[in-house]
Design a protein around this ligand. Sequence first.
Ligand code: NAG
Ligand code: NAG
Length: 358
Amino acid sequence: MRVEKIGVKRWLFLLAICSCLLSSSCVRVLKLKNDDGRPVYNHTLAVTLVEYVSAVYMSDLTELFTWTCERCNGLTKGFQVIEIIVDVEHCLQGYVGVAKDLNAIVIAFRGTQEHSIQNWVSDLFWKQLDLNYPDMPDAMVHHGFYSAYHNTTVRPAVLAAVKRAKKSYGANINIIVTGHSMGGAMAAFCGLDLVVNEGEENVQVMTFGQPRVGNAAFASYYSLLVPNTFRITHDRDIVPHLPPFFYLFPQKTYHHFPTEVWVRDVSFSNFILLNSEEVCDNTGEDPTCCRSVMGTSITDHLSYFGVELGGETWRQCNIVMSHEMESYSSKDSKGNIFLSWTVPSMEVTESKTGVFSL
Ligand SMILES: *[C@@H]1O[C@H](CO)[C@@H](O)[C@H](O)[C@H]1NC(C)=O
Ligand SMILES: *[C@@H]1O[C@H](CO)[C@@H](O)[C@H](O)[C@H]1NC(C)=O
């Protein structure tokens, strides 16, 4: 009886997919044209960046630095790391490097590792909009997310590494900022910072399973300043639904910035056959995208495009580093760790990269 029921359900599901593929409502999935001048979503780039984001969770800094970790393969092969930042104090990790095949500096941030993911997610329900974003009237953000990027060792180290990368690879190189979960929130603040405070022009942001970070006013400023932003959401991932959006008070609550790309698993007999992607509208809160389902899944949060996003183990913030790394590494007074490739041509002239003397 039960088996039959499931069988019928699956049938209906497949039928729905088929009719969807034939109907016009699904053509949106394939429509990549930017009628209104909006940037175009690039699937190839998304599946590449998800691999960069997966690698940032690796705790063996030697393997990460030399780009030989088990997740440092595939589409990210040949990546040149410039800087790894481990903010031990706040348990944050990120890196900056150059992907020649993308003609871009890639900046990636890790999500939270500090608590169990369940605890972190339940805390998200209660995050307040408790900080005015500087110089943007009415724009409010969550202080904690803002500070993770702006008030830690992360920001100065990232900006210095970007300058070093541009010195070696040319000023015209693009910048792609990416991150998963809270790392996605950091990526958004970093992308905005690069545009607003560093005057960078070719900045792209792509995040995976990112929580909301600010209110509607913030979202409007953000999307004007960093239009080339895509927020990938996966099926029923719970995190993009948090902190909550209350429709009755759209101005007073958290509000996503555009553009969401909702990726769903199309499965058959428990095998995931393919991902369908919907490029959502320019409001940031498209009701037909992930908001059309109950977002309750942590499993969906921890894998995007079939790539695992998370540490090898949770509940710890430890790192592993071999002695050979000592000549590349430095520590500040709080124990935060920086691994930098010193680019030979700039050793003499560059005296301003004083991040390490903090
Ligand atoms: C999409 O991104 C890839 C790099 O990942 C690039 O090679 C390709 O040209 C891009 N496609 C478009 C249409 O921009
Ligand atoms: C930055 O962090 C320090 C302590 O780590 C705190 O005293 C200060 O208020 C924070 N500043 C902002 C703007 O959050």
